[in-house]
Design a protein around this ligand. Sequence first.
Ligand code: GLN
Length: 193
Amino acid sequence: MRIGVLALQGDFDAHRRRLEELGAEVALVKKSEQLDEIDGLVIPGGESSTFLKLLGDQGFEKLKEFVRLKPTLGTCAGAILLAAEVENPKQVGLGAIDIDIRRNAYGRQIDSSIREGKLRSAGRGDSPLEMVFIRAPKIERVGPGVEVIATEGKDPVAVRQGKAMAATFHPELSEDTRVHRAFLEMVRVGDGK
Ligand code: GLN
């Protein structure tokens, strides 16, 4: 099982370390051809508009194909890339998860914060989860096929649809490994429910 971390820009190295700690073999993906060699992908935080520029049209199309076929976890800017609709300003999304998302939705004063939210686990109810938000986006619409897997206050902050999972916070910056473990489990079972 080989996990790629998109390494064009942003905090890809924290994801690499976390995945390696959990026993995964990790490849830093800098060229779109490398997508052919991995079983799952993490799209890290960073600047989603910069990712789009660096990917270019071809890279974007290749990534779009990948996220339809293989498990992908997007955090923060990565969640923005996976969305169907992106606002503030408008930009294209990969459409892997049927959500509308608003960039930089918390305003300047609360650029970054650490808050306690809730993680839902099947059959075990909700449990507290530390969430690091950095210039975070907000999920403003959740489509009917999308499962909300974490909330903060009233807001959905982690969602899943089929093989794609997105979090508006940065699980790679907290000690808690549950989000990455859930993603690795999805890769392991090759799940696309
Ligand atoms: N504000 C960034 C964006 O709009 C996301 C921030 C992050 O990934 N920490 O793309």
